[in-house]
Design a protein around this ligand. Structure first.
Ligand code: ADE
Length: 227
């Protein structure tokens, strides 16, 4: 899978791309993630990427030319399934959307900054707008890292135990059951004995029950909060 990220803050991605599962997936060529500095596509002398909004307003807006120059360049190399713009007013990200994006081949992700991007980019070039939550970040970089992380970990070969991702919370609308590891007894805090019983059927049943309990509890918290 190919993911091209357009940003004016490329350094944000350094540790993200070179750590843990994302690094392994890149090393294994499961995913090719390329960060493009929007500034490199600005053609004026000062490499300006933002400007004041028309009509007078606070903040700066990312300019159309550098972003579209970058899109033109990428689209001249390959066809893209989606051009995604990370935005707090986009469609809320969930596991279903992530699953469907793992089936695509080539994605472009645009990170907005400051006050946003020139609306003409959204109207004429972007095919999908995604929000990672109902709050506003300083830019789309962290949001795009969340999206890329969620997609990459589902690619075959990214996680060594492929059944692990299938058991994630939300894959079947249920929250994952609790997990424990050694020691069995930490200052009197013990692991549930069923997990040491060796009875696979009983363990699976226990896990299902815990998942359902957790899902119900979380849904109640969510419903009460949003009343
Ligand atoms: N950019 C700023 N806030 C964002 C959010 N909540 N989701 C996606 N992109 C964003």
């Amino acid at each position: 899978m190919q993911i091209d990220i357009l940003t004016c803050l490329p350094e944000i991605f350094n540790s993200f791309l070179n750590t843990s599962i994302i690094k392994r997936a890149r090393d294994k060529k499961e995913v090719n993630i390329i960060i493009h500095n929007i500034r490199d596509f600005a053609q004026d002398k000062h490499k300006k990427v933002d400007d004041y909004p028309y009509g007078g307003n606070s903040g700066m807006v990312l300019k159309i030319e550098p972003i579209v120059n970058c899109l033109d360049y990428l689209k001249s190399i390959r066809e893209y399934d989606e051009i995604i713009y990370m935005s707090p007013d986009g469609e809320l990200l969930n596991q279903k959307k992530i699953n469907s994006l793992t089936l695509t081949k080539n994605l472009i992700i645009i990170c907005g900054h400051y006050k946003g991007i020139d609306e003409r980019i959204r109207e004429n070039f972007v095919t999908m707008e995604i929000s990672i939550g109902e709050y506003v970040l300083t830019g789309g970089e962290l949001a795009s890292a969340v999206l890329v992380d969620c997609i990459t970990r589902l690619l075959p070969g990214s996680i060594s135990d492929s059944t692990s991702a299938l058991n994630d919370s939300f894959q079947d609308d249920l929250i994952a059951p609790p997990e424990y590891t050694r020691p069995y007894d930490f200052r009197g805090l013990k692991v549930p004995d069923i997990l040491l019983s060796g009875n696979e059927k009983a363990i699976a049943q226990w896990r299902d029950i815990q998942s359902i309990k957790r899902t119900k509890k979380n849904k109640n918290i969510y419903l009460n909060k949003n009343k």
